[in-house]
Design a protein around this ligand. Sequence first.
Ligand code: PHE
Length: 451
Amino acid sequence: MSVSQHGMWSSKLGFLLAAVGSAVGLGNIWRFSYVTAENGGGAFVLIYLAAIVIVGLPVMIAEVMLGRAGRQSPIHTVATLARESKASTGWAWIGWSGLICGMLILSFYCVIAGWTLSYGTTYLLGLFTDGPAVSDAGAHFGALTSSTGQLLFWHFLFVALTVFVVARGVEKGIESAVRLMIPSLFLILIALVIYGMTSGHFMQTLNYLFQPDFSKVTGQTLIAALGQAFFSLSLGMAGLMAYGAYVPDKASLPRLCALICTADTAVALLAGLAIFPIVFAFALDPHTAGPGLVFVALPTAFAQMGWGDLYGLAFFTLLAFAAWSSTISLVEGGTAYLVEQGLSRPVAAVALGGGAGTLGILSALSFTHLKDVSLFGRNLMDNIDFVASNVLLPLGGLGIAVFAGWILSEKLRHEQLGGLSAATYTVWLTLVRYVAPLLIGLIFLSSIGLI
Ligand code: PHE
């Protein structure tokens, strides 16, 4: 039985919880709702779901499998596997791209995750006062996002929380937090969906989310859907590769990955069904709300609901936990690499968190002093998100698929996926060899206007 020097999950359930914790986060609730709105609803959702099944699941199996085969940080894992397969160690670029991408995502992710801490605190204090804690959600959101001091305070607090857990090692903290958190998040989302169903704008939401209007689909819609699928599944930045290194030998990876994809998709769709009825009921404009959508829509509903402050507290606390279990996976791969280079785990985690946290100042300031700075029609934060989510993640996914499908020796592939039936194995291999690279490649070319 091979083990990793960084420790192991206590069981396959431990991995499942950590990976679901990584996948389920702001991407499912905050990013899914506003990216769906920006891309016109139904057709986008359909392409997103197709991307998860055709590209996301097979590439996830490949990514986790590489991790378990190498049992080191992603950079050294890919280099070792390349050597064992008699290929160039230059393939380690997959690990490097993942490390950089993780830092980029962490930098803006903590800014938004910081908002969940701020809202959670507001609702907590609201329990002790009369009336709703947030009565004018738009104004509340405006006040938070126009204060540089507040943005930076909550941002760095979130970076510190992330570094804290990674420095201590992942197993105990994360495993037990996620065990409690994911079921609670499901419950509260279902409660909010029921509220949405009874608020009268549920049919409009169903039409909006599930009735595709293909006239709205452009190359940009495709790249946005693929980017959202990768972002939401935590795919292509080698975070799941790092987690894969700690999975016991016997666990069946395809089954675990299918569960992760299902849980992640369910949370995103539930979030859509909870959020859009409120958006429509209060005549908020989904297209122009942008990143503030969840932070304005849900508090608007909480203000009208009995026990609204309690709902607000529960929701934003859970969202903060969901974000926390995701940020950890953004740093783990890089931390493992620095530990292999001789640093202690705490020093490695602080170095990476400090770097990404500093870069995050740019994203925080995108709401205040640097609001008007625009590159390619996007503000700074959206540019960092675009490069990380829509360029580096699909590129990393492409590299993972090609490496696992073409470069890795058949012997290593069989060691990892030997439990699959011959037919299922062939389907998987066809998807990672041909279908995923082709689709990712085509979508890329179309997004930069080449086809
Ligand atoms: N999947 C996480 C979310 O949906 C974000 C994430 C992306 C985490 C990439 C790790 C790697 O919030």
